[in-house]
Ligand binder design. Structure first.
Ligand code: PRP
Ligand code: HPA
Length: 176
């Protein structure tokens, strides 16, 4: 029987020179498209967190919404979005992070979590770790306890998972 992590790894599509020359984009859409691979992926997360005391799943815009919301449903938890700037309608808190050129920011509703809640942070991929770290800081500013930062893919050569661990986060990824 094929290893579940290997099955997910095998389904990830590498697209050369996207979104710009020299970048190889790791595309998870084939993982989601195939029902068996999608289920295997979610089962990896479900088995990892089913015995963890969690209060909420926070998913990062946009691909973190897909995995995060299914996981929240399966674990019978609520889901809260971490969104790109200007997308959330109510009162927000923002955290900036740096991109290759300039800055970006992520936002959450100020009432998205209550102090002390145990939150799992979910995204598709960790590259430089800037997005995940900004999201973790936002959650911490709201008083949440970030139990782990989870993603499908880690790109270890970009140092993001290392950066997150250096900042005290626990990190789980399905494949590198
Ligand atoms: C991608 C990816 C992560 C982030 C990882 O999203 O889905 O959220 O980049 O990169 P980092 O570790 O260097 O921060 P992107 O910002 O491209 O936005 P998108 O979801 O709108 O495609
Ligand atoms: N895929 C998805 N998101 C990303 C990537 C990638 O290869 N690199 C940086 N963010």
């Amino acid at each position: 029987m094929i290893d579940p992590h290997q099955m997910v790894f095998n389904a990830i599509r590498s697209v050369p020179d996207w979104p710009k020359p020299g970048i190889t984009f790791r595309d998870i859409t084939p993982v989601l498209q195939d029902p068996r691979t999608f289920r295997v992926l979610l089962d990896i997360f479900v088995y990892r967190y089913m015995r963890e005391r969690l209060d909420l799943i926070a998913g990062i815009d946009a691909r973190g919404f897909i995995v995060g919301s299914v996981l929240a449903y399966e674990l019978k938890l609520g889901f809260v979005p971490v969104r790109k700037k200007g997308k959330l309608p109510f009162q927000t808190l923002a955290e900036e992070y740096s991109l290759e050129y300039g800055n970006a920011s992520v936002e959450m509703h100020t009432d998205a979590v209550r102090p002390g809640q145990r939150v799992l942070l979910v995204d598709d991929l960790i590259a430089t770790g800037g997005t995940m770290l900004a999201a973790a800081k936002l959650l911490q500013r709201l008083g949440a306890n970030v139990v782990e930062a989870a993603a499908i893919i880690d790109l270890p050569e970009l140092g993001g998972s290392k950066l997150l661990r250096e900042n005290g986060a626990s990190v789980f990824t399905v494949c590198e």
